[in-house]
Design a protein around this ligand. Structure first.
Ligand code: HGA
Length: 605
């Protein structure tokens, strides 16, 4: 979603700002812009196309300056048109970029109109620009501090004023902002990744912080206005891994990276130990007797899958809830619950807010399962498990999901062992299965040509049903979500036993029914559900484990999975569903890595 980059330097900074936007492009956006201080006033270029178009514009117009701010916008208030693209100006004196949503923008707009400010965009952001301008008395830092007190909602902002041409001021509340510390130059960004190549020294701002960056210094105050020290950390290894290589899309590359990502995520030790979740994990785990998992989208499905593992392996009661629901409902806090938040980026606004809500209710023990070690979620939780998926560019999550599943499985076995339900023999068996996963995944990836053949059929459909049972029901949900996200085919997933309670009414010859058929205890029940579909003329597309004795026949198409994989089977079964969605989308010619209306790192509510 939206990205912010800001810089104060002694060199022309435009290319650094544009390169920063390029690095944030994968998150999804619909317009972009850059502004620099030039001859005593802010000058800008904006585009409703790609960052490459913005780059061409700034080159053509010879935009240059030593102080600047830049933005990729994912519209929440106002269409993705040039007038709404950031940087937003106030009276040609002040320029501002904003990530987030200002909830009281309507009342602020009325108040500012009464003061004579003219609004030229439909954004909520424009009120922030005029508000700071109206409070400016020669000190931008001070006016930002006063202005943010009037904002309700979420924001990360970067702002500059013509009367202080070597200063950029930032502030954050509910949306991330980091300071990049350079040599005689300083930066702001919504994600350290944007500044790869410019600096590897970062200070992570906290909620309510206001920051001023100048050529030779960084000044930070907390929400009370008290000077704050935010540790400067060296964050290496950013910046790589955004090359496409031999693949057609990042999503395809990321699907094929899963054996490597999983290898890197499986703990090295030859036993399961709580310490992998953090220093205090053993103590924290000893004090809990249930789990509350909070997440959104694909991460929510990894939580749903994990519930089966946690209850069967660790015998620990587990609730899974969509973060955006939990944060707004009245719930009963349980001091003996471990709150687990799952998020690829660790910045997902709803999940972060749900975490804070849980903490405000008194939940003490919290754990983040996350792909970004420096993220707000990891910093905000007592414990964490880092997945090592590497940068995920495709908006539709793949390797982040399977590595989250690995993390959640490790949690289930660790808790099972601590609670006396996993003995040494079982522990070794789980570890062996985990270690064998990458090889098993490679054999699943080898099914790609058969899946491409199916995708040709799917590309002509407008609806699809996905069925799974037990541990594989969340996998069916994830398969349907992948197909919706990137091919725009309407897809729904059901636990197969629910068919007869409603969705069977939808089944005709025109309805493909994708079935996840592992060789488990529910197999015979699943076969009966498949017969219910066949009896109504529905076409079945079955991913069947070896030994299920499900064979291709009229109206039943079968791709044989290489082996039966016990409790880790969901990690294998989701991969062909990713490939099916991917190749169907390719056959329909959609923008696979940047599906319409969607964004990576959903940093707004
Ligand atoms: N509300 C602002 C910024 C949107 C945003 O943060 N998107 O991710 C706008 O609509 O311009």
């Amino acid at each position: 979603m939206c990205g912010i980059v800001g810089a104060v330097a002694q060199r022309n900074i435009v290319s650094v700002l544009v390169e920063g936007l390029r690095r944030l492009e994968y998150r999804g956006y619909d317009s972009c812009g850059v502004a620099v201080m030039s001859n005593g006033a802010p000058k800008r270029a904006r585009s409703v196309s790609r960052v490459s178009d913005l780059d061409a514009q700034v080159r053509d117009s010879h935009l240059d300056g030593v102080t600047g701010i830049a933005h990729t916008r994912w519209a929440t208030h106002g269409a993705p048109v040039t007038d709404n693209a950031h940087p937003i100006f106030s009276r040609d004196a002040l320029a501002l970029v904003h990530n987030g949503i200002i909830e009281n923008y309507e009342s602020l707009r009325e108040m500012l109109r009464d003061k004579g400010y003219e609004f030229v965009s439909q954004t909520d952001t424009e009120v922030i620009a005029h508000l700071i301008h109206s409070m400016y008395r020669g000190d931008l830092f001070q006016s930002v501090r006063e202005a943010v007190k009037q904002l309700h909602g979420a924001y990360a902002i970067a702002v500059m004023h013509k009367d202080q041409p070597h200063t950029v001021v930032g502030a954050r509340q509910g949306s991330p902002l980091v300071v990049g510390v350079g040599n005689g130059e300083n930066f702001l960004a919504s994600d350290a990744l944007a500044l790869a190549g410019s600096t590897d020294h970062f200070a992570f701002l906290e909620e309510g912080d206001v920051v001023e960056i100048t050529l030779d210094g960084v000044k930070i105050v907390d929400r009370e206005g008290v000077p704050a020290v935010r540790e400067v950390r060296v964050v290496a290894a950013y910046g790589g891994a955004v090359e496409l290589g031999p693949y057609r899309h990042f999503m395809q590359k990321e699907i094929f990276e899963q054996p490597r990502a999983i290898t890197d995520t499986i703990p090295q030790a030859d036993h399961f130990d709580a310490s992998i979740f953090g220093e205090n994990a053993k103590q924290a785990f000893d004090g809990i007797d249930n789990l509350l998992i909070l997440a959104c989208g694909t991460s929510y499905y990894s939580g749903l899958t994990a519930k089966y593992w946690l209850e069967s392996i660790a015998k620990i009661p587990t609730q899974v809830e969509i973060a955006s629901e939990y944060r707004y409902r009245e719930s009963v806090p349980d001091p003996k619950a471990l709150v687990v938040v799952i998020s690829q980026s660790g910045e997902t606004a709803d999940t972060l807010a749900a975490l804070k809500h849980a903490q405000s209710l008194g939940h003490k023990h919290t754990l983040a399962v996350c792909n970004v070690g420096t993220s707000a979620m990891v910093r905000q939780t007592e414990l964490s498990f880092l997945t090592h998926a590497g940068t995920e560019i495709g908006v539709a999550s793949t390797k982040a999901f399977t590595t989250q599943l690995v993390g959640m499985f490790v949690l289930a076995v660790t808790l099972g062992k601590m609670r006396g339900f996993v003995d040494a023999k079982q522990e070794t068996a789980y570890l062996t299965q985990l270690r064998h996963l990458p090889a098993a995944l490679n054999s699943v990836l080898a099914l790609e040509p058969q899946i491409i053949a199916w995708a040709e059929d799917f590309a002509r459909k407008e609806n699809a049903l996905f069925l799974g049972r037990g541990l594989h029901y969340p996998i069916a949900l994830e398969g349907a979500l992948k197909l919706k996200e990137i091919s725009y085919i309407h897809a729904e997933a059901y636990p197969a036993g629910e068919l007869k309670h409603g969705p069977l009414a939808l089944v005709t010859e025109a309805m493909p029914v994708v079935t996840v058929a592992p060789n488990d205890t529910l197999l015979e029940k699943l076969k009966s559900n498949m017969q219910e579909v066949r009896a109504r003329g529905g076409e079945l597309y079955v991913f069947a484990d070896a030994g299920t004795r499900i064979v291709s026949e009229n109206g039943i198409h079968v791709i044989r999975m290489p082996e039966h994989y016990g409790p880790l089977s969901p990690i294998l079964h989701v991969v062909p569903l990713q490939l099916l969605a991917y190749h169907t989308a390719c056959a329909r010619g959609t923008d696979v890595d940047k599906p319409r209306n969607l964004a990576k790192s959903v940093t707004v509510e």
